[in-house]
Write a protein that binds this ligand. Structure first.
Ligand code: NAD
Ligand code: UDP
Length: 344
């Protein structure tokens, strides 16, 4: 790596997947807290635009790199957050083998880097490791109900394998590893075409297009605002001593997909209606985190109610779509033709 980080302050922290939705918020929060941040990302589902507000910050470095390739960072590192992995079902199913390898090879590469540098490691795991759960709400002791041959397996089983790598590294004493099991999270900086429910419904309503409800709409999810999640991740990373067990991070408020559609429609002046589309295979029917462990070990619980978080997210999408539209309009406008001397 040619460029080295600017003068020293705080901790040196690597965020893999830092140009994605959650990662970009995490990078900002870590810099605001007085740290140095190296963001590593291959821009598969993230983009440098997500961290453009950090460009020029001498304590921030952005490196384009796939974590499936050896991650050779020539910097001291105190912490590594591994968020690198597409999270939306259409994105992680687009190249399922690369998704699996991102979780397995990528996590393995980052764990080796952590071992070499003595860095504390946090793995962004997921509620998907519970699959289509037969226990409700989901506690960390539940082993899950995952179809290992279905289209979601590349993500679910990849993340389960990554957890196994993490806990083996912890047991071997090679890395101080923490594992966060993240439940559905939403907020500004989600890609408008990301395909997840919150971004889909908001973008559809803002464009007066029908809201696509997959299946009956009776399936449930629990939605956590991104600032709450980021606070939980940082608390888990800094928690002493290491809890040594995975920790659910999510908002226990549970909503059906239909209820979310109604809430979005109630907040946006729109002509949109709802339409039903087929339910994707293996779509989990109920999901709600039990966060007793996060409360006890981290003193953490979410603060932002869905109503308020949705309002912030809608405002962000409104301004982002308006900017995109203005750029498109400008690029469509005919350019003035140069006047040639023979025309005079
Ligand atoms: P995202 O898709 O917006 O961000 C993922 C980032 O990782 C992107 O910037 C992408 O370009 C990068 N990436 C993907 N593959 C990579 C690779 N091989 N090498 C380098 N970079 C790579 O997703 P997100 O919502 O920000 O999720 C972040 C993490 O949190 C993911 O690991 C995800 O599995 C986990 N998680 C998120 C949620 C959620 O609801 N947002 C829920 C559960 C778990
Ligand atoms: N969903 C939906 N319409 C959409 C996008 C998603 O009804 O346009 C449903 C999807 O079938 C699932 C829930 O919303 O039951 C959450 O989907 P998402 O892709 O956001 O996350 P995940 O399934 O990974 O929890």
């Amino acid at each position: 790596m040619a460029r080295r980080m600017h003068v020293s302050r705080g901790k040196a922290i690597l965020v893999a997947g830092g140009a994605g939705f959650v990662g970009s918020h995490l990078c900002s929060a870590l810099l605001d807290a007085g740290n140095r941040v190296i963001c590593v990302d291959n821009y598969l589902t993230g983009s440098p635009a997500n961290v453009s507000n950090l460009k020029g910050n001498p304590y921030f470095m952005l490196i384009e790199q796939d974590v499936c390739d050896d991650v050779a960072i020539d910097e001291p590192l105190d912490h590594i957050y591994n968020l690198a992995c597409p999270a939306s079902p259409p994105s992680y199913q687009a190249d399922p083998i690369h998704t699996m390898m991102t979780s397995v090879t990528g996590t393995g590469n980052l764990l080796r880097l952590a071992a070499r540098r003595g860095a504390v490691f946090l793995q962004a795991s997921t509620s998907e490791i519970y699959g289509d759960p037969e226990e409700h709400p989901q506690q960390e002791d539940y082993w899950g109900h995952v179809n290992c041959t279905g289209p979601r397996a590349c993500y679910d089983e990849g993340k389960r394998a990554a957890e196994a790598l993490c806990f083996d590294s912890l047991r071997a004493g090679s890395v101080d590893v923490r594992v966060a099991r993240i439940f559905n999270t939403y907020g500004p900086c989600m890609q408008p075409n990301d395909g997840r429910i919150v971004s889909n419904f908001i973008v559809q309503a803002l464009k007066n297009e029908p809201l696509t409800i997959y299946g009956s709409g009776e399936q449930t999810r629990s939605f956590c605002y991104v600032s709450d999640l980021v606070e939980g991740l940082i608390r888990l990373m800094n928690r002493q001593p290491n809890p040594g067990v995975p920790v659910n991070l999510g908002n226990p408020g549970e909503f059906t997909v239909m209820e979310l559609a109604e809430l979005v429609l109630s907040k946006i002046a729109t002509a949109s209606i709802v339409v039903h589309a087929p339910l994707p295979p293996d779509d989990p029917q109920r999901r709600r985190p039990d966060i007793a462990r996060a409360r006890r070990l981290l003193g953490w619980q979410p603060k932002v109610a869905l109503q308020d978080g949705l309002s912030h997210t809608i405002a962000w999408f409104e301004s982002t779509l308006a900017k995109q539209q203005a750029v498109r309009r400008r690029s469509r406008r005919p350019r003035p033709q140069p006047v040639l001397s023979q025309d005079l």
